[in-house]
Design a protein around this ligand. Structure first.
Ligand SMILES: Nc1ncnc2c1ncn2[C@@H]1O[C@H](COP(=O)(O)OP(=O)(O)OP(=O)(O)O)[C@@H](O)[C@H]1O
Ligand SMILES: CC(C)(CO)[C@@H](O)C(=O)[O-]
Ligand code: BAL
Length: 290
């Protein structure tokens, strides 16, 4: 594996692969890697000749009072994991490599990006869309891999790629979970032992949604109220977003008689955890990874 830190060096190193018509797969990350990230890497390696992984904690997508400064980082460990996994290139730019001047240009998907997690984190999805556009322009991959744990992020990126006719295939990858069901996430490291035990309320609430639907719940507002109460019964957990939406458009639904998305953004202590599940759709249920 070769580690590259500048845009020009990466372009130069990828040139021969592009000229040889090799398929390039790209996995953008913010590092502090876990099994979720590694499943994106495995998928990219299975589908492409060359895999590029980026590690960049993007300041544009963090609000003023968020955790940019304390976001977990461990480049030597990440680098070893990627090397062992057979990754070809690690792109690990510094902030000044990515943004030599303050960015004037913004890519925004304002409607999709301003609700749900976007309402709780104003400006977040514009920061994501802007950096992902820039990374896609730098790497110019055939396919880019994103985790379904960040469901709204996938929706925003798909829409952006469609609207701007970006020449890349967006591949969503199922959520990888810990043994007790908690979705793997770099921010899980913030949780104290007590909070880690409490965090299981998040995947349990997704199970509860499936149970309530099987019991005959079809009113979205009633489902949201019940799930909020279910989560709030855990003293260390505060539900920030509990939303039942259309799985493709993310629009509110009038009834739950077809497939629906349950999207959760839950604070446990000071840590915000994201999770989701599509219910009522055999194909989507089958997509959940172990
Ligand atoms: N559990 C998971 N399963 C599959 N993909 C995941 C998982 N967690 C993260 N990803 C994906 O990995 C990519 C990089 O994500 P990122 O580096 O932000 O990790 P993260 O664990 O989501 O971090 P955070 O705790 O900051 O949300 C994203 O496409 C994200 O959706
Ligand atoms: C896609 C991404 C790498 C952009 O910074 C980030 O939002 C993430 O890690 O999900
Ligand atoms: N996993 C999405 C990146 C973020 O929370 O900023």
């Amino acid at each position: 594996m070769e580690t590259v830190t500048t845009i020009s060096a990466l372009r130069q190193r990828l040139g021969p692969h592009r000229r040889a018509s090799r398929d390039i797969g790209f996995v953008p990350t913010m590092g502090y890697l876990h099994q979720g990230h590694m499943s994106l890497v495995e998928r990219s390696r299975a589908e492409n000749d060359v895999t590029v992984v980026s590690i960049f904690v993007n300041p544009l997508q963090f609000g003023k009072n968020e955790d940019l400064d304390r976001y977990p980082r461990d480049l030597p460990r990440d680098s070893m994991m990627l090397e062992l996994a057979g990754v070809d290139f690690l792109f690990a730019p510094r902030v000044e490599d990515m943004y030599p001047r303050p960015m004037e240009t913004v890519v925004d998907v304002p409607k999709l990006g301003s609700e749900l997690e976007g309402e709780a984190r104003p400006g977040h999805f514009a920061g994501v869309a802007t950096v992902v556009t820039k990374l896609l322009n730098i790497v110019q991959p055939h396919a880019a891999y994103f985790g379904e744990k960040d469901y709204q992020q996938v929706a925003v990126i798909r829409r952006m790629v469609e609207d701007l006719a970006l020449p890349v295939r967006v591949v969503p990858v199922p959520t990888v979970r810990e043994a007790d069901g908690l979705a793997c996430s770099s921010r899980n490291v913030y949780l104290s032992e007590q909070e880690r035990a409490a965090a299981v309320i998040v995947p349990k609430a997704l199970e509860e949604a499936a149970r309530l639907r099987a019991l005959g719940f079809t009113d979205p507002a009633e489902m949201e109220r019940s799930l909020s109460a279910f989560i709030a019964a855990e003293p260390l957990a505060t539900p920030e977003v509990v939303a039942v939406r259309h799985p493709d458009t993310l629009m509110p639904l009038s009834t739950l008689d077809g497939p629906f998305l349950v999207l959760l953004y839950v604070r446990v202590g000071k840590t915000k955890l994201l999770d989701n599940r599509v219910i009522g759709n055999a194909a989507a249920r089958g997509r959940e990874a172990a």
